[in-house]
Design a protein around this ligand. Sequence first.
Ligand code: AMP
Ligand code: MG
Length: 423
Amino acid sequence: MNMRTTLGQIDPDRCGCDAPDGTLMPVDEALARALALVTAIADTEQIALSKATGRVLASPVRAALPLPPFDNAAMDGYAIRLSNLTGRGPWTLPVTARMRAGDPPCPLPTAAACRILTGAALPQGAEAVVAQEDVARTNGTITLSHLPKVGQHIRRAGDDLAAGTEIVPAGRMIGAREAAAIASSGADTITVRARLKVAVLSTGSELVAPGAPLAPGQIWDANTALLRAALAQPWIERLDLGALPDDPGRLAAALVDACARADLVITTGGVSVGDEDHMARVFLQAGGAIHAMKIAMKPGKPLTIGQLGGSVWLGLPGNPVAAYVTWTVIGARLAEAMAGIRPVGPRKILVRLAAALRHKPGRCEFRPARILGYSAQGAQLVECLGAPGSHRVAQLARADGLALVPAEAEAMAAGDLIEFLPF
Ligand code: AMP
Ligand code: MG
C-alpha cells in the first residue's frame, strides 16, 4: 500500500486527515500508521554488560550452563541420605563433613550427615537438606524428629533454566532483572542496538529560553525541557536544535537538516490550523509525506506524522500538555519500535473513578489524574484534576498519570472502571 500522500490529495477512506466531514483519525490507527513506517535500527554494537544499562539487546542471550549450574542447598542445615533414617524417629546421625558455598562437591559420608550452608553444592548421594532449625544439635550429632521429604530444601540444577535456553530475548531493555539474568549466564559482553538519533526542535515566535527575560507577549519555552527530559534515555542520542520562530523558510531548512541528521525528528508547535502554523506545509514542500494528522484524541488533535527520506517526523502540538500526551501515547511507542524495544506499549492499569465525569463523544480524552488510594473493596481510586486544558502544565506536574476516557463515552459514574496510564 502506498501511503505517501499530500495535504491536497488525501483519500478520505484511508485517512481522516482531510475528510470533508471533519472525520478524525482514531489514535490506534495513527499509531499503527506510524509503526508501519519504521523498522528497528539495524546497526549493532558489542558492549560490556557493565555499560549496558538502558540499552536494547539486539540478539538473545542464552544460558551457557543450566541455572542453577549444580544441585545446591536452599537453606543452612544438614544434607542427609533418607536410607540412614530407619525405624521410627527420632533419629540421630553424626555430622562428619562440612560444605560451604564455593566448596567443590564431595560424596556424602556413609551413615552420617554433612553440615551444609546455603548455596553449597549438594554432596553426592544426599537426598534432602534438613534446616538447622529442625534439628537438635549435640556434640557433633544431629537429632531429627520428623522424616524429611526427598528433595527438600534442594535447588536442582536447571530448575530455573536448562542450558542453551534463551535467558533474555532480543528487544529487551537492560534493567536490573535483565542484567542479573545475563550475568548469571556468565556473559560479560552483549550485542545491543545502536542508539536512536532523535532531533528536537521547538517552534513559536513567542518562545524565550528559561532564564532569559520575557518581553510582553512572550512565554518561556517549556517543550524543549519537556522533551529533553523525556528523551534522556541511554538508548537515545538526542540532538538539541533549540527553538525557532514561525518563519517558514527557517523552519523548512531546519526540518530538512534535522531529517538528514536524525532517525526521528520531533518538533513542537505550528501544526494546528492557525495562520502561523507552517509546519505541515513546509514539510510537504520539502518533499516529505504526511501519514497521519487530525487525530481523535484530546489533547493532541493536531499531532502530525510524516516521513522525509529515511526519517520520521513527529509534529507535536505546542501546548505542553498536548505535547506530553502525544509524546507518551504515540511518540514514545514509535521511538521504542525504532530502537528495537519489545514489547512496545504504555503501561496501562484499570482503576476506578473517584467522581463522576462528563465527556463530549468523538475523541478519546487523556485527563491528568491523581491516585487517591484504595476503596474499601481494594480497588485503586483516581480523581481527574480540575478542568482539562492543554496549556495547564502545572496541573500535569501534579498528576500521577493519565486517565483515558473512551471516545464514545458521554458520562462516567463514580466507581466506573477506567484505564489509567501511570507516569
Ligand atoms: P501552536 O501549537 O504553535 O499553535 O501552540 C499552541 C499553544 O502552545 C500556544 O499558546 C503556544 O504559545 C504554546 N506553545 C507552543 N510552543 C510552546 C513551548 N515550547 N512552550 C510552551 N508553550 C508553547
Ligand atoms: Mg505556534
